[in-house]
Design a protein around this ligand. Structure first.
Ligand code: FAD
Ligand code: SF4
Ligand code: SF4
Length: 463
């Protein structure tokens, strides 16, 4: 008998006024009892609409039925057929706009907690201490992967499992991409990312850190003297955007990327960190996406009163609903329909003391279909702050393009690649944010997977 409760089993979480003082994981994960109860809500629908909402097509009813029957390892096995990073996707996937959006249980009530169950299966597998997959015999072909975010890790893992000798070249000193330098510990513990990376190393994947392709080595050198047969570019979209308003170069104005990297990658929240970050009393975060929520929640944990300033209304906030709810519970204030026009300095100083903002109203829809925010004349006001964090979106870094002959990029700076990740340059493939601009972990993973399959087809076909 299915469990016909209209509500999902709630996720056990740290209390808001406790968690806004620490960096430990907010969501604590289902117990076995909760997972069994939630799995029993799935109707095992014949046409399984949930699956078409998942960018990598996980057999969702299949793995949920395994959980319902108590075969948790079997559930993990089914998920792993399509997803290389289930413990990560179960935590950060925007499920509400993907798999869960299509779940029939969502028509009259809440959808099945697919992401929560995926996380449960992955965490239970990890706790079981199962041995990592064994390294397959080499097929003698060498592939270079640029970047160690979800697209690069997935591409590398899929190729290594087929026997390719894969080397990842990563610009930073730690692999993981946004999973380690962007998404904070309280949403995605870094130990989980490290474990996934150790699994890849066990498959024989080599990771060379502190290697900036386009500076230390070029794509053409990888394909030439270095002897790689193909290169996958998964270099992400890490170039921050700014508003170009007066005062943006003052002390106390940061890009969200720098702020989050200092905290997540360099541990700036820890006492005595070698790469400290300013502990502001009042912080403004400009933007309304996941990055803005992460920056705001980190600033709160460092002790600041935080205001998120966003030019549209709550309905248009691009961040995941759950993240907005969490931010509100933690005491973050939202100043909506409002936009900064100038960052202000304290008298005789170059230090931020606030932002002059203007109220907005929503006008006609723009090209994206969203109603365009329009300034209301004479509505300016000041928000006091000693730190302003810009979380306005990012674009692909032009370094690789500018140092690689024959690599076509779009007007927005993304590498042009076909459905399977083939770029305009022979033997060069690309995927993830480097192609699409800032998107999601699961889409980057899907792109890495497709490119790995195309590389395999092209090399084996030629052979
Ligand atoms: P990245 O993860 O950006 O990895 C690219 C890697 O390439 C980096 O390690 C970089 O250092 C390296 N690199 C760059 N240039 C070079 C070079 N020249 N040489 C060598 N290495 C290079 N998505 C979700 O699905 N859910 C979320 O909740 C979510 N939250 C987010 C929060 C933040 C703060 C940010 C910034 C993004 C978030 N995203 C989220 C988006 C998601 O993380 C990205 O879409 C995803 O990580 C893209 O993966 P990728 O492999 O394309 O690139
Ligand atoms: Fe849903 Fe993401 Fe899991 Fe796919 S990978 S089933 S979209 S949570
Ligand atoms: Fe189960 Fe919902 Fe998918 Fe139906 S749509 S199989 S109820 S998860």
């Amino acid at each position: 008998m299915p469990n016909m409760s209209l509500k999902k089993n709630p996720m056990p979480s740290q209390e808001p006024d406790v968690r806004n003082n620490n960096f430990e994981e907010v969501a604590l994960g289902y117990t076995e009892e909760m997972a069994l109860d939630e799995a029993a809500r799935c109707l095992n629908c014949k046409n399984h609409p949930c699956v078409s909402g998942c960018p990598v097509g996980i057999n969702i009813p299949g793995f949920i039925q395994k959980i319902a029957s108590g075969d948790f390892e079997g559930a993990y096995g089914i998920i792993s057929e399509d997803s290389a990073l289930p413990a990560i996707c179960g935590r950060v996937c925007p499920q509400e706009s993907q798999c869960e959006k299509n779940c029939v249980r969502g028509i009259k009530g809440e959808p099945v907690g697919i992401g929560r169950l995926e996380r449960f299966a992955a965490d239970t597998h990890m706790k079981s201490g199962a041995a990592p997959a064994e390294r397959p015999a080499s097929n003698g072909h060498r592939i270079a992967v640029i970047g160690s975010g979800p697209s690069g890790l997935t591409c590398a893992g899929d190729l290594a499992r087929k026997g390719y000798e894969v080397t990842i070249f990563e610009a930073l000193h730690t692999p993981g991409g946004v999973l380690v330098y962007g998404i904070p510990e309280f949403r995605l513990p870094k130990a989980i990312v490290r474990r996934e990376i150790e699994g890849l190393k066990a498959l024989g994947v080599k990771i060379e850190t502190n290697m900036i392709i386009g500076k230390t080595l070029s794509v053409d050198e990888l394909l030439g003297d270095m002897g790689f047969e193909a290169v996958f570019i998964g270099s992400g979209a890490g170039l921050p955007q700014f508003m170009h308003i007066p005062g943006e170069n003052l002390r106390g104005v940061l890009s969200a990327n720098e702020f989050l990297t200092r905290i997540n990658l360099m541990g700036a929240f820890k006492e005595g960190s070698a790469t400290p970050v300013m502990h502001a009393a009042k912080t403004i975060v400009v933007g309304g996406g996941n990055v803005a929520m992460d920056a705001a929640r980190c600033a709160k944990r460092l002790g600041a009163d935080v205001t998120v300033v966003y030019r549209r209304s709550e309905a248009e906030l691009p961040a995941r609903k759950e993240e907005v709810e969490h931010a509100k519970e933690e005491g973050i204030v939202f100043s909506l329909l409002c936009n900064p026009v100038e960052i202000l300095a304290g008298e005789g100083t170059k230090q931020v003391c606030g932002a002059r903002c203007i109220r907005m109203e929503l006008g006609e829809p723009d090209a994206s279909g969203r109603r365009r925010p329009v300034e209301i004349p004479g509505s300016e006001f000041v928000i006091d702050a000693d730190c302003v964090i810009m979380a306005l979106g990012t674009s692909p870094n032009p370094l690789i393009k500018s140092t690689t002959e024959g690599l076509e990029v779009s007007r927005r700076g993304g590498i042009v690649a076909d459905e399977d990740g083939r770029s305009s340059k022979a033997r060069v493939y690309a995927g993830g944010d480097a192609v699409t601009g800032s998107a999601t972990v699961i889409l980057a993973m899907g792109a890495g997977k497709k490119a790995a399959a195309a590389i395999d087809r092209d090399i084996m076909g030629a052979e």
